[in-house]
Design a protein around this ligand. Sequence first.
Ligand code: ZN
Length: 134
Amino acid sequence: MSTTPLPHPNIDSQPYWDGAARDELRYQRCTACQHAQFPPRAQCLRCGGEVAWQLSAGAGVVHSYTRVERAPSAAFKAQLPYGIVLVDMAEGFRLMLNLRDSPLDAVQIGAPIRVIFEATAEAGLKLPQAMLVE
Ligand SMILES: [Zn+2]
């Protein structure tokens, strides 16, 4: 049995994963132009300014989605079929998450979601995922 691949935090993303381990969704906001940024970078992609970590409330709406019927690797076969959602978070950044604990037929563009945190096989590592809000 193969296991699903896990993220490898780096110097820019470590605060994001540290937050996820505590059920906190973190993102960056530029201290100069206020641009909300994800994924994490060393500086603002819009103006080059310094970025500061912020805490998201974990709510957003589906920007787009897909239903996965064919596993990208053997590790994902047990999850089929599953949904992947591209989410516009209320704070102004966008991220891609797996859809969990939600009927796939109910997902649609504009549907509200909330972020949940899924434990992994690696101690201290949790994955942010999405769940449809009823
Ligand atoms: Zn900026």
